[in-house]
Design a protein around this ligand. Structure first.
Ligand code: 5HU
Length: 144
């Protein structure tokens, strides 16, 4: 199974420790195409500060998105890139699982929570200590 993981980069790296934990858990279900999103070495400058590098990042990520079987997004830290990826993934009819931590005090965008359709677009509120369990439940549900 190929998993596309989305997490904030230029939107802010406050949650990178959570992304690390999610990617580690996801690797027990398949190949994570976007492992770099969880790298502690990647700052909020992104992979490449030169504007010319952005098109390469965009095109590579869209290729990976097309190849993926499932999209998992940590959406607590607002990110334009993650929102864009999710919109494109909906258009590609991907299975999408969004994870949000209410303990952040934030209120998730209506354009994400409101996209829930139970079958292909699931938004799950969770706390960090239950992340592995929540992912296990999601991947089990894919088998049914
Ligand atoms: O350097 C990058 N590499 C990269 O793969 N992305 C993708 C993957 C992330 O899920 C998402 C983050 O978007 P943003 O940088 O707007 O927070 O975009 C985004 C950037 C920088 O925008």
């Amino acid at each position: 199974m190929k998993v596309y993981f989305c997490g904030s980069i230029r939107g802010g790296r406050d949650d990178v420790h959570v992304y690390r934990r999610i990617v580690h858990a996801l690797q027990s279900y398949g190949t994570v195409l976007t492992e770099h999103v969880s790298s502690a070495e990647l700052s909020d400058r992104g992979e490449n500060n030169a504007a010319s590098g952005d098109q390469a990042i965009h095109n590579r990520d869209l290729d990976w998105l097309r190849q993926s079987d499932v999209v998992v997004a940590e959406v607590t830290q607002p990110s334009l890139g993650v929102g864009y990826e999710l919109g494109r993934a909906v258009d590609m009819k991907k299975k999408i699982f969004c994870l949000f931590r209410p303990s952040s005090g934030r209120i998730l965008s209506a354009m994400i929570r409101g996209a829930t359709d139970v079958k292909n677009f699931v938004v799950r509120d969770y706390s960090e200590d239950e992340v592995e369990k929540v992912l296990e439940q999601f991947f089990c549900s894919l088998k049914n």
